[in-house]
Design a protein. Structure first.
Length: 169
């Protein structure tokens, strides 16, 4: 018996034996990379381009969805992840989630995007507070937030276009 115990303690676990639990529901799409094939290898130059790239991917969801897009030094998309899912009227996001992938990928900057299920992209007071908080966190980690774009049903609203974020895409 001591031989069995000895073997089990010293044996290395076999590769592939542990499987991750499959997540179910909406949480399963968090942290999955988005396929932004429309972006190609060209730089993201303005909020219209951001809306054009993301609208076909997101459609018009019935809850708020927040995406962090990481850009290289030339403004090209390195990656894009859904970082938060919300309710019909709110989406809580923490800077740690928003900047996680950008830090891993050594991004030069990010663009934050989220949806408004109401169809009206006009920012709420909470959107202004979140934008300032994420902008300030970007200063701390050295990754500027170039824009925060809110997608409505057929239009969008940009904090960069309205001069609230000084750095431009």
């Amino acid at each position: 018996m001591s031989g069995e115990l000895e073997r089990s303690v010293h044996d290395k676990p076999r590769k592939g034996r542990r499987r991750r639990r499959k997540e179910k529901g909406l949480a399963s799409i968090l942290r999955l990379p988005l396929d932004l094939g429309l972006a190609g290898d060209r730089p993201v130059e303005d909020s219209k381009t951001v809306a054009m790239i993301l609208r076909p991917v997101l459609g018009h969801p019935m809850q708020e969805v927040m995406i962090s897009i990481s850009l290289d030094a030339r403004g090209r998309i390195i990656s894009a992840f859904i970082v938060a899912l919300g309710t019909l009227t709110a989406c809580l996001a923490h800077p740690r989630e928003i900047f996680r992938d950008a830090i891993k990928k050594c991004a030069a900057s990010i663009i934050l995007v989220h949806t408004h299920p109401s169809g009206d992209p006009e920012p709420s007071e909470e959107d202004y507070v979140l934008t300032r908080r994420i902008r300030d966190a970007g200063h701390v980690v050295g990754i500027p937030v170039l824009d925060h774009v809110i997608l409505g049903k057929d239009n969008h609203w940009s904090f960069g276009d309205h001069g609230i974020l000084k750095a431009r895409v």
